[in-house]
Design a protein around this ligand. Sequence first.
Ligand code: NAP
Length: 281
Amino acid sequence: MNTTLVLGGTGKTGRRVAQRLQAKGVPTRIGTPSSTPPFDWTDQTTWAPALEQVASVYVTYYPDVAVPGAAEAVGAFADLAVAHGTRRLVLLSGRGEDGALASEQALQQSGADWTIVRSAFMAQNFDQGMFLEPVRAGEVAFPADPDLAEPFIDADDIADVAVAALTTDGHVGQVYEVTGPRLLSWAGAVAEIATAAGRPIRYLPVSLEEYASLLLENQVPGDYVKMLTDVFTEVLDGRNAWLTDGVQRALGRPPRDFAEFARDAAATGIWTADADHAGPR
Ligand SMILES: NC(=O)c1ccc[n+]([C@@H]2O[C@H](COP(=O)([O-])OP(=O)(O)OC[C@H]3O[C@@H](n4cnc5c(N)ncnc54)[C@H](OP(=O)(O)O)[C@@H]3O)[C@@H](O)[C@H]2O)c1
């Protein structure tokens, strides 16, 4: 019982968590639909084999911790983990969403030693996620007011907090609401990326309906588009436009600034318009 299971271990934070655990010599198992053994949130028969010999789990729900059905799945998984003898569960959650709170509560009720990492929008959405292609195309269309403030957080900080919670004492029962150190506007974040990348990239505010149409035109599946627009309907009203001290509290150091993220991502060449898809940083 000494393995740590990293659900979503190929994703933005999961990959970083797995790398850090492996560097520490912690036996680590990736849990995704294509891992061995596979782990699939939509197929409960995959859950128990993935939990064999597992002492702790980094829990990232797919597609989003706030969607209908997430809390039930997270709760059922946490209960099964505890029944298998797994003690420690660290959940990646989201800020300002009722559905995310429900998922947190479902995990907490399992009786595990839990830690919640409740995260702001990740900076890595711009170089490894949904905004990569728009940035490379020179225009980021999104249904947020250009002046709406968001304290983007670096996925490296989330991974550091998660690994501290998985491997060291003192984090059980903590809710770490984690943000970057600075509020940026959506237009300001894209402007910082343009400066770092050395090319014009504009931010284009659009309505939710226009955003959904754009995604559908770009072959994003309809149910995924609905999931995104449901989530963005809820959270893009200013409720998350404030800073928190979660990284400082968990790690005793401040979070990384967005400017550092933009500088390092630009240096990989990922944002040049004709770049091949570079590998993950
Ligand atoms: N992105 C943000 O800014 C942000 C902020 C706060 C909270 N969150 C939360 O973080 C979680 C992860 O979101 P993300 O956008 O950052 O994605 P991500 O972790 O970068 O990528 C998704 C991961 O889930 C895996 N996956 C795909 N389908 C799966 C399935 N059916 N069962 C199990 N695993 C599956 C993927 O594996 P493959 O590589 O094999 O596809 C990948 O490892 C979500 O619950 C979200 O609500 C995200």
